[in-house]
Design a protein around this ligand. Structure first.
Ligand SMILES: C[S@@+](CC[C@H](N)C(=O)[O-])C[C@H]1O[C@@H](n2cnc3c(N)ncnc32)[C@H](O)[C@@H]1O
Length: 214
């Protein structure tokens, strides 16, 4: 099921970037040292640059289907291999670390997750921060935490000048996403053993260690 979800919107100046909120968490999931990392659906390349700056991956590659995103991301760092292409079909090889921040819901769930798993080297780590569609009572309970927390962080960011402009206007977005039960079901088949957690601010995480041989 891929239905649209309506969110209560804060006024423009109180909005902020929920993906960025999870970036430090995501970086903490990286192994202490990896040879290679791939960021899928890199957008403007913020996560890829953070991984590169963290020196926890020798080579960082980033792919995005949007030519404009890659053009803009590519202008920000020449230490990263920027690829304009479709992750589902582009010949990429395998990586010790594969990350997908707010991009898996742009792909058909099972096909996308299968592809991310294939791109992960045996023994490597796949880290997803994703969007999901609210569908369960637990999701609704989380919403009771998320709504006030979203407003409080929005006010705090507005006061310290780090809020506003949650999304770049050129960044491709889609308004649909799978539900968490759908994600858990797909992950149980495609990435068995993956740790999936529901987070505040309309996000979930999936961390999977690829078996040594797969
Ligand atoms: C919501 S943006 C997230 C960008 C970035 N990861 C971030 O967190 O700021 C999703 C990105 O996925 C990219 N994308 C969508 N489908 C893709 C595909 N098949 N292959 C590669 N990138 C894709 C879009 O172009 C877009 O830049």
């Amino acid at each position: 099921m891929r239905a649209k979800q309506r969110k209560l919107q804060l006024p423009e100046k109180l909005r902020w970037n929920h993906n960025e909120w999870y970036r430090r968490w995501l970086l903490r999931q990286l192994p202490s040292r990896a040879e290679s990392a791939l960021d899928v659906g890199c957008g403007l390349g913020d996560l890829a640059r953070s991984i590169s700056d963290s020196s926890r991956a020798g080579n960082v590659t980033a792919i995005d289907a949007s030519e404009r995103m890659i053009e803009r991301a590519g202008a920000t760092s020449d230490r990263i291999k920027w690829i304009h292409g479709d992750v589902l079909t582009h010949d990429l090889g395998r990586f010790d670390v594969v990350t997908a921040e707010a991009s898996l819901h742009h792909l058909p769930l099972r096909e996308g997750l299968t592809r991310l798993a294939e791109l992960t080297e045996p023994g490597g780590t796949l880290i997803v921060i994703g969007l999901y569609m609210m569908s369960t009572n637990a999701d609704r309970a989380m919403e009771l935490v998320t709504l006030p927390a979203n407003a409080i962080v929005g006010v705090a960011k507005a006061l310290n000048g780090t809020g506003g402009k949650p999304h770049d206007t050129e960044m491709p977005v889609v308004m649909t996403a799978p539900t968490l039960p759908e994600i858990r079901e797909a992950a149980a088949e495609i990435t068995p053993g993956a740790r999936i957690r529901r987070h505040v601010f309309w996000r979930y995480s999936l961390v999977w260690r690829a078996p040594e041989v797969h």
